[in-house]
Design a protein around this ligand. Structure first.
Ligand SMILES: Nc1ncnc2c1ncn2[C@@H]1O[C@H](COP(=O)(O)OP(=O)(O)OP(=O)(O)O)[C@@H](O)[C@H]1O
Ligand SMILES: CC(C)(CO)[C@@H](O)C(=O)NCCC(=O)O
Length: 400
């Protein structure tokens, strides 16, 4: 389980639950459920702006995730912390005490009845691609040091010029992969996708290595050597580079290609080598397809999100090398710190649509506040990239 699952089973700490929690949004994907919710700082008064109808509330955005196959644990977490009460009511039916919660992803359809039955609230479905784009735009514009490059073990934050952000390619690597050309706020087109994604890595990896968790598989890949299984250019060319077409002897000529001639059974390969080859194959392939799509539309910037990445050094390095190699250094792979939460953030921000309709619940109008990622009271970006337990983003929201 990831550290962000740590709230799992338990109650939020006293500080968090005493503060006012609102606006729960869900992204229920094929593999993982992502939750985003806002908690108001209880010690800070609402700053009412006398010249406008808006007030500013200071607080934090919280992030959590669960496996979709364990949706009941997720619903239990929501219920025990009363997160589901932070929805909204439709102004058209003020007499109704029906609470609606924003949700996106396929599970918003698949689990709508279960959620209604267990939480007593209805789901207001938000379109998945719209949410991914809204989440990415929000993070890129509002969160300091959200985007970074990763190459040869070096992480560098990317300065985002708000006036020169579009167009860009958003590659969301979840169970499957969506590639979206983003031209502005709410302006986008899903230009491609591939079914060879995070679900493929975890699914094949589980079968081939007997790993019990995604984290175990990822950890295993650290220790492996892909050259044991992958057929390299040098294996075919007697140790030489194939310089005429720009391939060095160490380039992979055929992923898993050595397994053809080795005459070995699966058990005779080390699971760590298999994990390494698999991770490289999937990451390389996604990097290449992403680049080809960027080329189709002349896009220079490619942002990668989705929980497959998990800020994992080898994954990011492989994707970066693929993009760099195929673009001959012209295009850059960039990664997002809140990688897996784009859809959930987008669903969260869609509460804004209702802020003027809704008179009975807190009315949230999320503009683009400047957010600073905090863990405890420290500004924190752990280099291994994983968000920590109780991770949250300090932010202000506008209430209409
Ligand atoms: N703790 C974890 N358990 C399972 N998979 C994980 C975990 N952490 C990262 N992953 C990876 O993240 C992928 C899921 O990513 P994400 O949550 O972004 O997609 P999703 O919303 O579930 O999928 P889709 O959008 O295709 O429906 C998994 O397929 C796996 O590769
Ligand atoms: C089906 C979705 C959009 C669900 O999130 C995702 O898993 C995906 O983009 N899969 C790839 C499908 C394809 O374009 O081949």
């Amino acid at each position: 389980m990831d550290v962000r699952d740590a709230g799992f089973h338990g109650k939020l700490d006293a500080d968090q639950s005493e503060s006012q929690i609102s606006h729960l949004a869900l992204d229920i994907g094929g593999t993982l459920i992502k939750l985003v919710y806002f908690s108001r700082n209880k010690d800070r008064p609402i700053d009412e702006n006398k010249n406008s109808k808006n007030s500013v509330i200071e607080g934090r955005l919280h992030f959590a995730k669960f496996e979709t196959s364990k949706i009941n644990d997720c619903l239990e977490f929501i219920l025990s912390n009363k997160l589901h009460l932070g929805g909204f009511r439709h102004h058209k039916d003020p007499a109704s005490d029906k609470i609606l919660i924003k949700a996106t992803g396929g599970g918003a359809y698949r689990f709508a009845d279960l959620i209604k039955e267990k939480l007593g609230v209805s789901i207001e479905k938000e379109e998945e691609m719209e949410c991914l784009v809204a989440g990415a735009n929000f993070l890129l514009k509002a969160v300091h040091q959200e985007a970074y490059t990763y190459m040869d073990g070096r992480k560098e934050f990317v300065h985002i010029d708000h006036n020169d952000l579009y167009p860009y390619l958003l590659v969301n690597i979840g169970s499957g992969v969506s590639m979206i050309k983003v031209d502005g706020d709410g302006k986008f087109e899903r230009i491609s996708g591939t079914s060879v994604g995070g679900g493929t890595f975890w699914g094949l990896g589980r079968l081939l290595t007997k790993c019990k968790s995604f984290d175990e598989l990822l950890e295993l890949s650290h220790q492996g050597n892909n050259r044991v299984i992958d057929m390299l250019v040098g294996d075919i060319y007697g140790g030489l580079d194939y310089s005429k077409i720009g391939l060095s002897s160490t380039t992979i000529a055929s992923s898993f290609g050595k397994a053809i001639s080795d005459n070995r059974e699966l058990e005779e390969y080390k699971p760590e080598d298999i994990a390494r080859s698999l991770l490289r194959m999937i990451s390389n392939n996604i990097g290449q397809i992403a680049y080809l799509n960027a080329l189709r539309f002349g896009l220079k910037r490619i942002f990668f999100g989705g929980f497959f990445i998990r800020s994992h050094a080898f994954t990011m390095d492989t994707i970066s090398v693929a993009v760099n190699f195929w673009s001959k250094g012209e295009a850059k792979a960039m990664f997002l710190h809140h990688e897996g939460f784009l859809g959930a953030l987008g669903a969260f921000m869609s509460y804004e649509k209702h802020s003027r309709d809704d008179s009975t619940s807190p009315q949230l109008g999320q503009r683009y506040p400047v957010c600073t990622p905090l863990v405890g009271d420290k500004i924190c970006y752990p280099l291994n990239g994983d968000l920590n337990d109780n991770d949250s983003l300090e932010c202000s929201v506008y209430v209409a």
